[in-house]
Design a protein around this ligand. Structure first.
Ligand SMILES: C[S@@+](CC[C@H](N)C(=O)[O-])C[C@H]1O[C@@H](n2cnc3c(N)ncnc32)[C@H](O)[C@@H]1O
Length: 432
């Protein structure tokens, strides 16, 4: 059987998978006093204004009171909701994508599924369930799951979901390299077995994930990484910084009076796309991570799917905050709201140029439609008529251009093939 026939077989088997529905539950957000503002102001008083990147990093992931570190931030009672939390179809179709690429690669026996920033673990859970159901139909991929997560609390939520045990029974992950003065600590890597029998290992940093044939999934991960922001002025580009606002005793944005180190590295002397923009955001960490992923895909095979809200270099002032599903001033009550910036897909593409074949970005609507979400919806509705309303509303949320269908984009990286007809599933649409 060639890869295309195998894929068709796989899709048919997938359609025949029992259509059980898991109700999506929302966890409540624990309220926690955060003294982050004071900490930020003290730092600024002693060492001067900080970059937006430093601000984002401290607010989102500082080990003591970072936004992601201590609480569940998803769902109706949290600050935002993501596609995997809306419908199981999302993870199921991403699993099918991996199976398609695995087959196209000659079905190697061992496959790593590496997810960056897995949130509550819902996407990984939906993918593993689909793999295990396909395995019963004879699709023999042997997956191991590798989760890259910085937050001890998120890691506990993931373990609870994937191992099928109550959250209260999950032990707090061990911190290694802890240093009492800085309170910096890295989470210990450990391996457990999921309820599907798949081994799962957690890592603090992607560089420590073992190499090999792998699929990388990054859904709403890159938008959480810190960006430097630059504004065009009469004197040229200047970096945006965060400073104490004396009258209100809060924080405010200011422009650096002189070129900053980041400006010298990322802006000066560089050929900037859409140079008529008034703002530019650069996420160096995203550049390093995407380069590392491309190097692994090139050397060991597999592929990567990056899905996020983003643009292709035309936007520049997208740094913002969300609290209770509403836009929020990013400098007010730091640590209580999610901070995010749109992913610049053109920058990611530039970082992996010549290393792998890049497809997309295409809109979420196009990708999921090409992956057969319509068929899967019909199948689920037929088998679960009582859930019809919820299923249709989840589908509409994912696909509708006015909701998540247009703003969210998918980009794939696969090994270079040299044949322009080799297009991964979901991307045979031409330009989005
Ligand atoms: C917006 S959430 C997305 C969660 C999930 N992918 C989803 O779509 O539901 C971002 C996730 O990335 C994690 N995260 C943020 N920064 C990280 C970093 N530098 N390294 C690893 N994980 C990180 C957060 O703890 C959280 O699990």
């Amino acid at each position: 059987m060639n890869a295309n026939n195998l894929f068709r077989f796989c899709i048919r088997s997938f359609r025949a998978i029992p259509c059980t529905i898991r109700l999506r539950r929302c966890y409540s957000v624990q309220s926690k006093e955060m003294d982050l503002l004071q900490h930020l102001k003290t730092k600024i008083k002693f060492s001067g204004p900080i970059t937006v990147s430093e601000y984002m990093r401290m607010v989102l992931t500082n080990p003591l009171s970072g936004y992601y570190m201590q609480k569940d931030v998803f769902g109706a009672k949290g600050d935002f909701i993501t596609s995997p939390e809306i419908s199981q179809m999302f993870g199921e179709l991403l699993a099918i994508w991996c199976i398609h690429e695995w087959m196209a690669f000659g079905s190697p026996p061992e496959v790593k599924l590496i997810e960056l920033g897995p949130g509550r673990g819902t996407l990984a859970d939906d993918m593993l369930r689909t793999f295990s159901q396909l395995k019963k139909k004879g699709v023999s991929a042997n997956f191991s799951l590798h989760l890259v997560e910085i937050s001890p609390h998120m890691r506990k939520l993931q373990e609870s979901k994937l191992l099928g045990i109550p959250l209260e029974m999950v032990q707090t992950p061990q911190i290694v390299n802890s240093d009492a003065t800085s309170k910096q600590g890295r989470l210990h890597s450990e391996t457990k077995t999921t309820k599907y029998g798949t081994p799962v290992t957690w890592y603090y940093d992607m560089r420590t994930v073992p190499k090999g044939f792998s699929f990388f999934i990054a859904h709403e991960f890159f938008d959480a990484l810190p960006v430097h922001q630059f504004q065009k002025t009469e004197k040229g580009w200047r970096e945006v910084l965060v400073e104490i606002d004396e009258p209100s005793d809060g924080l405010k944005f200011v422009l650096s009076p002189i070129p900053t180190p980041a400006q010298k590295v990322f802006i000066e002397g560089k050929k900037l796309e859409h140079s008529n923009r008034d703002y530019i955001e650069i996420c160096p960490e995203a550049g390093v991570i995407v380069h590392d992923i491309a190097a692994r895909v090139k050397a060991y095979g597999g592929g990567a799917l990056i899905a996020d809200y983003g643009h292709v270099g035309e936007k520049g002032n997208t740094f913002r905050a969300f609290k209770n599903h509403q836009l929020h001033n990013p400098l007010v009550e730091p640590g209580s709201a999610d901070l995010t910036a749109d992913v610049d897909f053109s920058y990611l593409k530039q970082m992996v140029k010549g290393m792998v074949d890049v497809h997309g970005p295409v809109t979420q609507e196009r990708f999921l439609t090409a992956m057969g979400i319509g068929e899967r919806l019909k199948n689920l509705v037929n088998n679960n008529p009582k859930q019809r309303k919820d299923l249709l509303s989840g589908y509409d949320m994912l696909i509708s251009p006015k909701k998540m269908g247009e703003r969210f984009k998918f980009m794939a990286m696969v090994p270079k093939s040299g044949n322009s007809d080799d297009v991964p599933a979901g991307f045979n649409w031409g330009k989005s």
